[in-house]
Design a protein around this ligand. Structure first.
Ligand SMILES: NC(=O)c1ccc[n+]([C@@H]2O[C@H](COP(=O)([O-])OP(=O)(O)OC[C@H]3O[C@@H](n4cnc5c(N)ncnc54)[C@H](O)[C@@H]3O)[C@@H](O)[C@H]2O)c1
Length: 274
């Protein structure tokens, strides 16, 4: 039975692994996990940003392991997780957050570019899962959180391979919820949109160019854009006991953009926050 109170929200002494933690959603999630009592293992290819996140974790009295790696390199992932396991002895939470894309029409994407998108948004996530799960099974169970996108369930012209890989992660989330459920491991996705981060600004700048045929809906139905803490809050929920019966689902953190489908909020009402 879960006792509903602050003790079921905190993550005291849990061991969490967050990928892509130098900036944006990953950095906010790692910082939040530490504030809620967890130790944090973080990785990113951006050394300076990663050091800032690690310092923030230590500043609230929690332990941090940091690895400057490209998550597409499976050997680097394996040695990072081996260090995490050797140091902490278990893993409770994995947040597969690292990912991203660049604008390129499908027909202009060559094999190498496509493989890079597959490795970046799918294959490396599967490596992290395979490496972390043995150390989750040792404890009381665990929680895997795959950061996807509303593009997993809709068209994404110019980002087709990226969107297909996010859809693949949503599919894998459902299959693994069943395969890993008996071991007490929950697997969920968080489908993001309209969260202001450097990565999001970069993608929006690419579609905000002359000659682009399509643009995505900009203003969420809620009327404002999220910051990374809005996504991190849901990562806290899915890591903890409050969500212990939640598995195999995708939670939209998108201000309503996924639900809106063809409807869009008029631009004159954009950019306010209540
Ligand atoms: N911000 C949004 O609205 C939004 C929308 C849809 C999906 N997402 C997803 O959310 C996740 C986080 O994105 P964000 O918005 O915080 O962007 P971000 O660019 O601010 O953060 C991504 C972090 O991951 C790191 N990273 C990316 N590829 C890496 C690699 N190969 N090796 C090591 N580190 C790597 C980057 O250095 C960066 O620190 C991504 O998976 C992205 O696809 C975000």
């Amino acid at each position: 039975m879960v006792i509903l109170g602050p003790e079921s929200v905190v993550l005291t002494d849990r061991v969490t692994v967050v990928t892509g933690a130098a900036s944006g959603v990953g950095a906010a999630t790692a910082r939040a996990y530490a504030r809620f009592g967890a130790d944090v293992a973080i990785c990113d290819r951006n050394a300076a940003g990663l050091a800032e996140t690690a310092a923030a974790v230590r500043a609230v009295g929690r332990r941090a392991i940091e690895a400057v790696i490209d998550v597409r390199h499976a050997d680097a992932v394996r040695s990072h997780i081996a260090e995490v396991a050797a140091t902490f002895g278990k893993i409770d939470v994995l947040v597969n957050n690292a990912g991203g894309s660049f604008l390129a029409d499908f027909m202009a994407t060559n094999d190498k570019g496509q493989q890079a998108m597959i490795d970046e948004n799918f294959t490396q996530c599967t490596t992290f899962i395979r490496e972390c799960v043995p150390f989750m099974s040792r404890g009381a169970g665990g929680s895997i959180i795959n950061i996807t996108s509303i593009e997993a369930g809709q068209a994404a012209p110019g980002f087709g391979v990226y969107a297909a890989m996010k859809a693949a992660m949503e599919s894998l989330t459902e299959s693994l919820a069943l395969e890993l459920g008996p071991a007490g491991i929950r697997v969920n996705a968080i489908a993001l949109d309209a969260v202001h981060t450097a990565g999001d600004a970069n993608m929006m700048a690419q579609v905000d160019q002359p000659g682009i045929a399509f643009e995505p809906t900009y203003t969420p139905p809620l009327g404002w854009f999220a910051d990374a803490d809005d996504a991190a809050g849901v990562c806290v929920f899915l890591a903890g006991d409050l969500s212990r019966f939640v598995t195999g689902c995708s939670i939209a953190v998108d201000g309503g953009n996924g639900a809106a489908k063809g409807w869009r909020r008029l631009p004159r009402e954009s950019n306010y926050r209540t």
